[in-house]
Each structure stands twice: as structure tokens, then as C-alpha cells.
Design a protein around this ligand. Structure first.
Ligand SMILES: Cc1cc2nc3c(=O)[nH]c(=O)nc-3n(C[C@H](O)[C@H](O)[C@H](O)COP(=O)(O)O)c2cc1C
Length: 218
């Protein structure tokens, strides 16, 4: 049986607990599976080449999950049982990761599972470039190179090959956008140190370029 003293202590501790301010723990973000990429459709290549261009005026309309899925697959998805990709890459060493900076945070595209892994909960779109439109466009792709995977070459060569790998991906994105009526622009005007810091990239990883994608405004 509880003594009066024990009961009093119990009441006290319950009261003390109620007085402690609760810390709101944000819900754990789960990986987002993407719908399987559509393997048919789109404009003929020549038509897409005719339409390819850079656009700097965007609507704020979000990309539907199917469009995001198709876009990321076209960018650098797996197109063969070997696990190889829609873009060629340096020495068969997988160097480039694609991050998707959107209103709901930053996600890492994981091509094997064809899904988005949560990276950061923050909306960092405005920091992905030095131009105003990047803040309101629904998606900014940020291309990040794993320098540590590029062995036996100089820092200058690392930057060169990582940039070439990124350029191929960027052109895939341009052609996909041209085919789908989306707007895009590949971008080098980026505050690189600031973006790397915000994205919490490890020392050896670096941003090569960014690319905005969305619906054209108007
Ligand atoms: C390496 C590279 C960096 C670029 N950086 C930017 C940029 O920071 N901002 C921008 O608005 N466009 C940028 N562009 C897009 C070019 O300005 C554009 O491709 C060029 O003016 C030709 O226009 P078009 O793509 O419509 O044919 C870049 C393109 C490349 C290839």
C-alpha cells in the first residue's frame, strides 16, 4: 500500500512532468518510392532536339509524381540489367548523385530502388542558384560529385570529369523536358561553398552544377 508521503511524491512528480515543456519531434521522413518510369511515349528525338532550350520563367505548379519519376529516370536512371545508366560516366566509376531540392526538402535520388531518400527537411531552393526564379520553381536538381571515388587523378581532373558526367545528365534532362513540355535550365551560377554547407556535404563531395525544372510560366 502507498504511504501518504509516497502518494504526495507521485502527485508532485506528475505535476512537475506536466510543467516540462514538450519538445516537438518532427516526424521521421521515410524514403519516397516513385512510380515505375514510363518506358514509352514522348516526342521523337528530332522533335525534342528542335524544342530544346533554356527557360528562366517558371510556374510554381508542382511536378506530379509520375513526371518526377520519368524525369529522374531519364536523367540518370538504370536502363540495363548491368545497372548502367541513361548517361555515360567516367571510367565506369559512379561519381554523380542527383539531389532534388523541392518545397518539402532535399531528397537524394536512388536509382537502384528508383526512389527518393530523405536528405534534409528544409526548403533550400533559393540557395541552389544566384537567380531569382530558382526559389519558386518546383524542382532544382543539384548534381553532387563524390571526389573520394575518383582515385589517382588531380583535383582539376576530378572537377573536369565530374563536370562532363554532369553535362550528359543535364542534356538528358533538357531533352526529357523538351519532350514533355517542361521548362529547364542548366546552371553554373551557384554559390558553391554556401550550397555545400547547407546540404551538409562531406569534405570530398562537391556540387558540380544545378538545373531547374518546372512548368513554363504563362
Ligand atoms: C556549363 C553551363 C552553365 C550554365 N550556367 C547557367 C546559369 O548559371 N544560369 C543560366 O540562366 N543559364 C546557364 N546556362 C545556360 C546557358 O546560358 C544556355 O544554354 C545558353 O545561353 C544557350 O541557350 P539555350 O540553352 O536556350 O540554347 C549554362 C549552360 C551551361 C552549358
Amino acid at each position: 500500500m502507498m504511504t501518504r508521503r509516497q502518494a504526495g511524491a507521485g502527485i508532485l512528480s506528475t505535476a512537475a512532468l506536466a510543467a516540462v515543456p514538450t519538445i516537438a519531434v518532427p516526424p521521421k521522413r521515410e524514403p519516397q518510392s516513385l512510380p515505375p518510369p514510363r518506358s514509352e511515349g514522348g516526342k521523337p528525338l528530332t522533335a525534342a532536339l528542335k524544342l530544346r532550350r533554356s527557360t528562366r520563367e517558371y510556374s510554381t505548379r508542382a511536378l506530379p509524381p509520375q513526371v518526377l519519376s520519368d524525369l529522374l529516370w531519364a536523367a540518370f536512371g538504370i536502363n540495363r540489367p548491368s545497372g548502367d545508366r541513361t548517361a555515360p560516366y567516367w571510367r565506369h566509376v559512379m561519381v554523380i548523385d542527383i539531389y532534388a531540392a523541392m518545397a518539402d526538402g532535399v531528397w537524394l535520388y536512388e536509382p537502384k530502388a528508383h526512389r527518393l531518400e530523405p536528405h534534409l527537411p528544409d526548403d533550400i531552393r533559393a540557395a541552389t542558384g544566384r537567380q531569382d526564379f530558382v526559389a519558386a520553381a518546383p524542382l532544382n536538381l543539384v548534381y553532387v560529385a563524390h571526389g573520394e571515388r575518383m582515385q589517382d587523378i588531380s583535383a582539376e581532373e576530378r572537377r573536369l570529369y565530374a563536370s562532363v558526367d554532369t553535362g550528359f545528365i543535364g542534356q538528358n534532362v533538357y531533352l526529357f523536358c523538351a519532350s514533355e513540355g517542361l521548362a529547364t535550365v542548366f546552371r553554373g551560377a551557384v554559390d558553391y561553398p554556401k550550397l555545400a554547407r547547407l546540404m551538409q556535404l562531406p569534405d570530398q563531395q562537391f556540387v558540380t552544377f544545378a538545373q531547374t525544372v518546372g512548368y513554363p510560366r504563362g
